[in-house]
Design a protein around this ligand. Structure first.
Ligand code: IMP
Ligand code: MG
Length: 191
């Protein structure tokens, strides 16, 4: 998926999994898919910050529909022990979602605990519809059954950073998505 013109590789990367140009192309197509799915309807987008910030900013510019934007912040269960850790809401919705067409956006679908948690939260507001969109999908890692309606890329079970995704809050600003060198990787609890 990487293009030669996107090299040289960032010094901390072992490999680039999705290049900047591949992201740009796919985001454009995703925007068209989403616009087609909603017809001309207004969409209320809920983005999960911080990870979905870059993806959301680029994607929304590819969707011509009227859009309202809200954000939620969810704590990562990764800092807690695996069995006890549950996503927690740190910053809740500001817009009213009742009767609205809601599109929930996240950077990556992994175990699906986060998206399941936020979808349940949104459903309590009785939206007219709820769909989900993720840039990346690590299907092999599901702990909860979940399929997103719109997926940018299926990726293997590797810890990735860049384009919004972080490792200990670093690398979000990189324009492509890559795998860190093993020497820089700590256990996932650090994420
Ligand atoms: P889930 O709840 O396991 O589906 O995880 C979703 C959240 O975990 C995402 O919003 C990311 O913040 C984080 N996450 C999962 N995999 C990765 C990764 O490979 N790199 C960076 N963050 C990740
Ligand atoms: Mg996240």
């Amino acid at each position: 998926m990487s293009d030669l013109k996107d090299f040289p590789l960032h010094a901390d990367f072992e490999t680039v999994l999705v290049s900047e140009s591949a992201i740009r192309r796919r985001v454009k197509n995703l925007g068209a898919e989403i616009a087609a799915a909603y017809g001309g309807e207004e969409i209320t987008v809920v983005a999960i910050i911080n990870g979905a910030i870059l993806f959301t900013a680029d994607l929304l510019r590819e969707i011509p529909n009227p859009i309202r934007l809200d954000c939620v912040r969810v704590s990562s269960y990764r800092n807690e022990t695996r069995t006890r850790g549950k996503p927690r809401l740190l910053h809740s919705l500001a817009l009213d979602l009742g009767g609205r067409h809601v599109l929930l956006i996240d950077d990556i679908l992994d175990t699906a605990k986060t998206l399941t948690f936020v979808v349940d939260l949104i459903k309590k507001h009785r939206p007219a519809s709820i769909r989900t969109c993720v840039l990346l999908d690590k299907r092999g890692r599901r702990e909860v059954e979940f399929e997103a309606d719109f997926v940018g890329f299926q990726i293997p079970d590797k810890f990735v950073v860049g384009y919004g995704l972080d490792f200990a809050e670093r690398y979000r600003n990189l324009p492509c998505i890559g795998v860190l060198k093993p020497s820089l990787q700590n256990p996932p609890e650090w994420a």
